[in-house]
Write a protein that binds this ligand. Sequence first.
Ligand SMILES: [Fe+2]
Ligand SMILES: [Fe+2]
Length: 290
Amino acid sequence: MPVRRDVHPHLPPERISDWHERGRHVTHFLNTLSIFFPAGERFFMDSVRNYRDQVKDPELSRAIAGFIGQEAMHTREHILYNRLMEDAGLPAAALDRAVWKLLDMLRKILPKSWQLAHTIALEHYTAMLADGVLKDVRHLGADSQAGYRQVWTWHALEETEHKAVAYDVWNTVMKPGPYRYFVRTFTMLTTTVTFWAMVFVFHIALVMGDKGCRNKLSGFGTALRFLWASPGALPRMIPEWLSYFRPGFHPWDDDNRAELARIDPLVREIEDTARAAGVSTRAPSLRGTA
Ligand SMILES: [Fe+2]
Ligand SMILES: [Fe+2]
C-alpha cells in the first residue's frame, strides 16, 4: 500500500550540472527526466482522479490516496530540483512549459479514458526506469553526490511501490475486451515515440545550455555508453517494454517488491544528510532559491 512520505532531500545547488559520477552529460540525462515530472505527475494525478468516484473497492481507494500523495511530494521536490537548473542558467523553465503545453493539449483533445491510458503507459516507463535504478547502483553512481542520489532513489522506490495503482484503476473502470487492449497498447506506442523524442531534444538543450561544459559534443559518447552499454538502461528495458503488450499484463508480474525494504532506511539517511548540511528536514529544502 503506497503511503505519502514528506521527505526533503538536500540538493547542493552548485552540483546541479555535475552531480553524477560519470560527468555532465549523464547528469543532464537524468536532469532531463526531472523536467518531465511537475507537469507529468500532475497529469497522472488528474487522470486517476477523473475515475476516483467509480472505484468502490476500499483498498484500491486507499491506494489511490497514497498514489496521489506520493506524486504530489515528487512534484514538489522536482519543482525545487528544476529551479536549481534554471538558477544555474539552464533552460529548465522553457522546457517545463513545453511539457505543460503538450499535456494541457492532451487534456483538451483526448477522452478521459485515453488520458488514463497515457498515464498507465508512462507509469510503466517510470516503473521500468525505477527498477533499473534500484537493481544496478551504476545508474545513479555510488560516488555521485549523495543528495541527488537520494532524491532519485526515493522517487524510484515510491514509483515501484505505486506502480500498479493507475493500472488497477484502468482495469476497474474500463470494460475488458479488444477496445481496452487496443487503447492501452496503441498509447504505449505513441507515448514511446513522443517521450524519447522529447528526451533527446531536452537532453541536447540542457547540455548546450551548460556554460561549464567543455566537451559538449564529445561528451555525448559517454552518455550513449551509459544508456546502451554500461549499465545500459535502455537494452535492459526492452523485455519489460514488450511485456506490456501481453493481453494479461500486470505491473506486479515483475515482482520487485523486495526492494521496498530500503525505503525506511533511505528516509532516515535523507534526514541525516540534510541535518549534516544544516538544512531543515521539515521545511522545503530549497526555500528561497526562486
Ligand atoms: Fe513520481
Ligand atoms: Fe508514478
